[in-house]
Design a protein around this ligand. Sequence first.
Ligand code: NAD
Length: 290
Amino acid sequence: MPGAVPDVTLNNGVRMPKLGFGVFQVGDDEARAAVATALEYGYRSIDTAALYGNEHGVGVAVRASGIPREELFVTTKLWNADQGAARVEPAFERSLDKLGLDYVDLYFIHWPVPSRNLFVETWQAFERLYAHGRARAIGVSNFLRPQLARLLEETDIVPAVNQIELHPGFQQSELRQFHRGHGIATEAWSPLGQGAALTHPVITRLAERHGKTPAQVVLRWHLELGNVVIPKSVTPGRIQENLDVFDFQLTPDDAREIAELETGERIGPDPEVVGEKPSGFSSKIDPSIT
Ligand code: NAD
């Protein structure tokens, strides 16, 4: 149902849907089909990345949808190999070319790669793209507190969003609190724990109690915490199911039960080390590096 997804207002006034569609590990053709389905069901926000190799398919689906561009919210990300003042703009132009768009709604630095120490100058190049209206908002992904602190200290624009691993098993309460204190929106990647969160007995019991599915309970939990979510699926029934989370509410007791599922364990890689090894800069990367 178009228009059903509420927005969050980012720190620069731009509105972003609180629930979008992720396309990690989806090839170009499959992305085109999945994004077309998602847009038909009412998603308006799509999250891709240069790394995913499907910006072309995403762009084809977006442009073929007939939905006015201003009603869509398209996010992509700069890959690690393209950090550095001189590389950002050409990489951004390549992404826009593949998408077939004139601007993106949100552009991310995909990983901080602290060992290369290029993220500050990379962010300054992002500030220039923003100033020229090429990206309506700019943000970071997988940034830890020390890297956010450096941007706050050394650059002009506060990131609009930090997109981080976040699911019931890894809830990131400290980083979320830091974001809140600085006007940075928290966006959850792998919001369903790549499916792992959905079989936990607490989640399945809550799903039964609310007459919803485990995925819907987990997505609702995120939304009630104030997280933006971008669940991924290529299965039409699940794509539709993941959007149908605006007709119920969790109780404070439900939220307390889910809070106890924190394990302190990531399922993805540690942002401190991603990109450290030269092999991490090639596109043939470890599939766990997302
Ligand atoms: P996710 O938590 O969204 O889980 C996706 C998996 O869960 C699917 O492959 C499917 O197996 C299962 N699933 C989805 N809906 C379901 C349903 N209704 N019922 C049962 N199972 C269901 O994991 P993800 O794809 O890793 O993350 C979502 C998006 O986040 C990605 O597509 C990508 O856009 C983004 N992401 C970003 C980064 C980053 O570094 N910035 C890293 C990983 C993912």
